[in-house]
Design a protein around this ligand. Sequence first.
Ligand code: FAD
Length: 396
Amino acid sequence: MYHAVIIGGGACGLMCAVQAGYLGKKVLVLEKADKPGAKILISGGGRCNYTNLYASATNFISENEHFCKSAFSQFTVEDTISFFETYGIVGTEKTLGQLFPESNKAKDIVDVFVNLCHDFDQTILCNAEVKSVEQTVKGGFKVIYTLGTKTKEVEVPAVVVASGGLPVQKMGASDFGLKVARNFGLRVTKTAPALVPLTVTGKDADWFAALSGNSIFCRVSNSKISFEENILFTHWGLSGPSILQISSYWRPGETIEIDMLPQQSILDLIDSERLTNGKKLLLSLLAHLYSKKFAEALRKYLPVDKNLASLSKDDLYQIEHFIHHFEVKPAGDKGYDRAEVMRGGVATDELSSKTLEAKKVPGLFFGGECVDVTGWLGGYNFQWAWASGFVIAQNI
Ligand SMILES: Cc1cc2nc3c(=O)[nH]c(=O)nc-3n(C[C@H](O)[C@H](O)[C@H](O)COP(=O)(O)OP(=O)(O)OC[C@H]3O[C@@H](n4cnc5c(N)ncnc54)[C@H](O)[C@@H]3O)c2cc1C
């Protein structure tokens, strides 16, 4: 009856079902939650940052950084934009290429998929949790799932694993896709929370906590990469876009460097202020750059009560070092419940990059977050989910 079962009615699974519909292929979507697209609904603060105008392979982390290129060439950002435009979703760029629906409603995105699945007569079964996938002697698959209290099974020639990753377990996130991969003898790379806030403990913890709520524009770097966006001080450490971005590249025990004035030199600023207003306190210069509360907090580290004219060479060195090279050694991260995405997953060398089919198991496909392709913050992860769903639909 069905060309394939799709495990998971999230971003990848729904796109796959719709694209299969265009091609006249019937699919059965099994979704364990009581409605499809739950993560789309909460994404981007309920507004859904559904793609990024500048998405390319360089914005993704994977053992094989070239793996995603084929899928992205088969379903481009322009394809995403025109797909949604066809169904009335006009995109508006907020910042750094991040595209949101003009309506600011993530529900509009989910509605597109639900309506199209209905038009194509694709079946989406909710409250249907897949328990196992087995190969049959005929070369197809038997998918066993529970629907309410009943256990059911269905036989199909192809299975699409689009069951997502581990973030936000209270929303039903699971490692089911990774288990299926392992059961079929496929390698899974090490997984970890990504796009996740970082915690700070020890002697600086109180200082960070006191600054909770302050947000400043910074460049955050480690030995691999740097990001220029805001950071947010919190009761337990650091969050904000720059921190979420670097978290995907951070490993426990490593230090990150924060430049709190990435587009100017603090020493040049002090020099030029000194010429006209040497009596100005360092405190008021810093309060002007940041906030009064933040400048006051810097008293712990900098001679903020000195006037600019009286700053010594050592003072200037200390100020430059602190503002431009502030080092933090996070204690850890806030875990999967605060992560936006999972890093790692089904190893890319187990899959064909052109079709996303398992090389060792014809008919078994993996897409979306359960694959070892992890995007930056800013609509990149949905672009991967849409593109991988599209590619799989062509090949089931
Ligand atoms: C708070 C938050 C905000 C985010 N905001 C954005 C954003 O604005 N832009 C962006 O690009 N990305 C964002 N992301 C990331 C994005 O949501 C994911 O990358 C994307 O949803 C992954 O798509 P997917 O289809 O692989 O998985 P999902 O969308 O998670 O879908 C997987 C589905 O499979 C179901 N499932 C799991 N196991 C089973 C099973 N055994 N049987 C049946 N069903 C099962 C799950 O219930 C789920 O519905 C955000 C993530 C979070 C947590």
